[in-house]
Design a protein around this ligand. Structure first.
Ligand code: 1CP
Length: 352
């Protein structure tokens, strides 16, 4: 069960007898069984139909036996529950609102009730918990407030984040107000996911990379600290995801998350040395390393495992999501290599 899963143990920095592995975007288009379902249903229908969301969540763990499943959903759904129109076109990514300026969209925001407005997420969690393979943990998630604020203010994805940064610099107190409103919505939503049965929660801050350390410290860190403090003592470790942010480590360790994610641009050994033996981490294979031949892939994975497993508190993952063109057999081999890796690197076990 949850407390004894190697994934949760590693999140909490405890020694494990084998290293846990899961992959960001492990449910998705590289899997034929996902493409088959996706051919029959629009993306939002998959997310909002608990039996379908449960089926997609379970697809990769049934096939590859990862140590954690991640709920199939999307970070943007809460913005819809907060009162903003959301659409996923077949091309061109998500669209928020209907073309009005971002400043108008943020005025629409209300704080949703998780059970009333996002009950489909909670129902999916309950269904998944009934069918998870033994020892497999379930990860719930949300977007982090800053990344959600970018989608909200831009109305979708962006190249330069002009609207977000202009808003942040020109109207700092209004920007803090948006971040506060998002935390007000995210904390009960994540608590409801934990109450419904997830074993851990991950906060996705995909776009934190666009900020300087000073601006991250001023505009983001206090809100992250409030959110993570609110999630303490709920019985579920908190994982933080970002990429391109090794220059923000000093700020990010202050968030208080149990686990920090690393992307492939920093050497795993260097990152662990910088963060120290008590900071659990996950990462950090380049998703495109799965396009090498098998021997190349095995060497890349083992190289990271040797450095990552130096201390307890290590979870193997990619630095970002699985690419849709990834060969399925390479994912299988990756999981086998991690599971076959002997734990007991230099200092493992010392903190037993
Ligand atoms: O066409 C399709 O089938 C939809 C593609 C898709 C999928 C499979 C989207 C649209 N979202 C998802 C699922 C998803 N998104 C999950 C659960 C599945 C899993 O991880 O296995 C999760 C955790 C997310 C999180 C998410 N959504 C993030 C943060 C992580 C990251 O990748 O950086 C972000 C930024 C989004 C927004 C989003 N949703 C979908 C797209 C194409 C995007 C990105 C748009 C952009 O580039 O800005």
């Amino acid at each position: 069960m949850a407390a004894s899963s190697v994934f949760v143990e590693a999140c909490l920095g405890r020694s494990v007898d084998r290293l846990p592995v899961w992959l960001m975007r492990q449910a998705g288009r590289y899997l034929p069984e996902y493409r088959e379902l996706r051919g029959r249903f629009p993306f939002l229908t998959l997310c909002k139909t608990p039996s379908l969301a449960a089926e997609v969540t379970l697809q990769p763990v049934e096939r590859f036996r990862m140590d954690a499943a991640i709920l199939f959903s999307d970070i943007l759904l809460i913005l819809e529950a907060m009162g903003v129109e959301l659409a996923f076109g077949e091309k061109g990514g998500p669209r928020l609102g209907s073309g009005e300026p971002g400043e108008e969209r943020v005025r629409l925001l209300s704080v949703p009730d998780p059970a009333d407005d996002m009950g489909y997420v909670l129902d999916a969690i309950r269904q998944i918990k009934g069918s998870l393979p033994d020892g497999c943990a379930l990860i719930g998630f949300s977007g982090a407030p800053f990344t959600l604020a970018t989608y909200l203010i831009e109305g979708g994805t962006s190249r330069d984040f002009y609207a977000t940064k202009a808003f942040m610099y020109r109207q700092p107190s209004a920007f803090h107000g948006v971040m506060e409103k998002l935390v007000d919505a995210l904390e009960p939503f994540l608590k409801a996911q934990i109450a419904a049965g997830v074993d851990a929660v991950q906060l996705f801050d995909t776009w934190a990379m666009i900020l300087s350390p000073a601006d991250y410290g001023k505009f983001v860190l206090p809100h992250m600290q409030r959110l993570v403090a609110g999630l303490k003592n709920q019985g579920a470790p908190v994982l933080h995801f970002s990429l391109g942010t090794s220059t923000l480590f000093k700020e990010m360790v202050r968030i208080g998350a149990d686990v920090l994610s690393l992307d492939w641009k920093i050497d795993m050994g260097e990152a662990r040395a910088l963060l120290g033996p008590t900071q659990a981490v996950q990462g950090n294979l380049d998703p495109f390393a799965l396009f090498q031949d098998t021997a190349g892939l095995e060497a890349s994975v083992r190289g990271i495992l040797e450095k990552g497993s130096r201390w307890p508190g290590y979870i193997f993952n990619l630095g970002h999501g699985v690419h849709p063109k990834t060969p399925v057999e390479k994912v299988r081999r990756l999981v086998e290599v991690v599971h076959g890796f002997p734990v007991g690197g230099a200092d493992q076990g010392a903190q037993g």
